[in-house]
Design a protein around this ligand. Structure first.
Ligand code: UT7
Length: 332
């Protein structure tokens, strides 16, 4: 059986910088409210012509270059998003086309903020079985075109940003650079506490003026409930991974990269499991919550800053809509 590793990583964020003060011109909010509750100072929104696929392609090209492989070495694309460019087909085929690749399978997955961890678990399983050798895994999101930019949507709209992250997952050749474990979970019992209900095939017609008048085509969230679940599930997912890998103390872990949903959530989780500030990295201040893209974007930055070095024991952890959650432990 083969084992898998991250061979290369890339990122690309949307080009328009939108500050909290910019949002305050569109709706009743303030830099102070947003910053105090979430840590966010600015986020990126797409400019005309930028799409999930275009950002993903740029992130993928960087990941391919860093992996030292040719695009044609890729034999599977996995694309995690809650905001596909079109209803169908999935967005992975557009990235395939942009990269000039032909006939390799393209797999689109959802799983919202946990999409990247789910993607890692799929890629790892495919490498282990030998089905594929070099997998391009992407998390890419465009939120800005689907947000309610009036005061009615301010609780959700201030949180999200647009961007993409990508990794090449290939075969490990030693145990110093290897994905050690992935653990993924879901609980649909409260699926509606964070969702976008319209347009949807569950409704006929899929969208109506009445639904739009009630603003049901915008995401809605029970923020307090989501916050409570996040600070419960993320520590659980970390402990589960530690146990599976025989890691007795969090002190053995070099770096924890949490999904970037809210700085306060991440600070609380770090405190609960005893992670000191120097052993975790957050960049939600600059990018907001980019859901499936947030972990590879954050990891990319931590690598650039020298906070993650080759061979380091790294924990990735996420929680999101669904509800979904999970963790991945790896030696970078
Ligand atoms: O990956 C998962 C993604 N989602 C999350 O992780 C979200 C988790 N939840 C949170 O981060 C927090 O619940 C929020 C930051 C979203 C909200 O913080 P909160 O302390 O739970 O605030 P709240 O929703 O209870 O609202 C408090 C007040 C309300 O006003 P009233 O009713 O007290 O008069 C809101 O209307 O703040 C108001 N409010 C705002 N005010 C200014 C809500 N959004 C805003 C806003 N600007 N953007």
């Amino acid at each position: 059986m083969h084992r898998s590793r991250i061979l290369g990583i890339g990122m690309n964020v949307a080009s328009r910088v939108v500050t909290n003060d910019d949002l305050a011109k569109m709706m009743e909010t303030s830099h102070e409210w947003i910053h105090e509750r979430t840590g966010i100072e600015q986020r990126r929104w797409v400019a005309p012509g930028e799409t999930g696929a275009s950002m993903a392609t740029k992130a993928a090209k960087e990941a391919i270059e860093r992996a030292g492989i040719a695009p044609t070495d890729i034999d599977l694309i996995i694309y995690a998003t809650l905001s596909p460019d079109f209803n169908f087909p999935g967005t992975a085929v557009f990235v395939q086309r942009n990269l000039g690749l032909k006939e390799i399978p393209c797999l689109d997955i959802r799983q919202q903020c946990t999409g990247f961890i789910y993607g890692l678990s799929i890629a790892d399983a495919y490498i282990r079985t030998g089905n594929f050798k070099n997998i391009l895994l992407i998390g890419s999101e465009v939120h800005s075109t689907g947000l309610d930019k009036t005061t009615a949507g301010r609780d959700v709209t201030v949180l999200f940003g647009d961007g993409a992250g990508a990794v090449i997952i290939g075969r490990a050749t030693d145990d110093q650079h290897m994905i050690l474990s992935t653990h993924i979970h879901a609980d649909g019992s409260e699926a509606e506490i964070l969702w976008t209900e319209y347009p949807a095939s569950a409704h006929d017609p899929r969208i109506s003026e009445a639904a739009m008048a009630e603003r049901k085509h915008y995401p809605s969230m029970n923020g307090k409930k989501v916050f409570k679940h996040a600070v419960t599930r993320m520590p659980q997912a970390i402990m589960e991974g530690m146990q599976a890998n025989g890691i007795k103390s969090i002190a053995e872990v070099d770096m924890v990269i949490p999904h970037q949903a809210n700085l306060r959530i991440n600070q609380m989780v770090a405190q609960m499991i005893g992670v000191p500030p120097e052993k975790t990295h957050n960049n939600i201040m600059k990018y907001g919550n980019t859901t499936a893209a947030s972990i590879p974007i954050c990891m990319h930055e931590a690598i650039e800053l020298g906070k993650i070095k080759p061979g380091n024991l790294v924990c990735l952890v996420a929680f999101g809509a669904g509800l979904t959650w999970g963790s991945c432990f790896l030696r970078y």
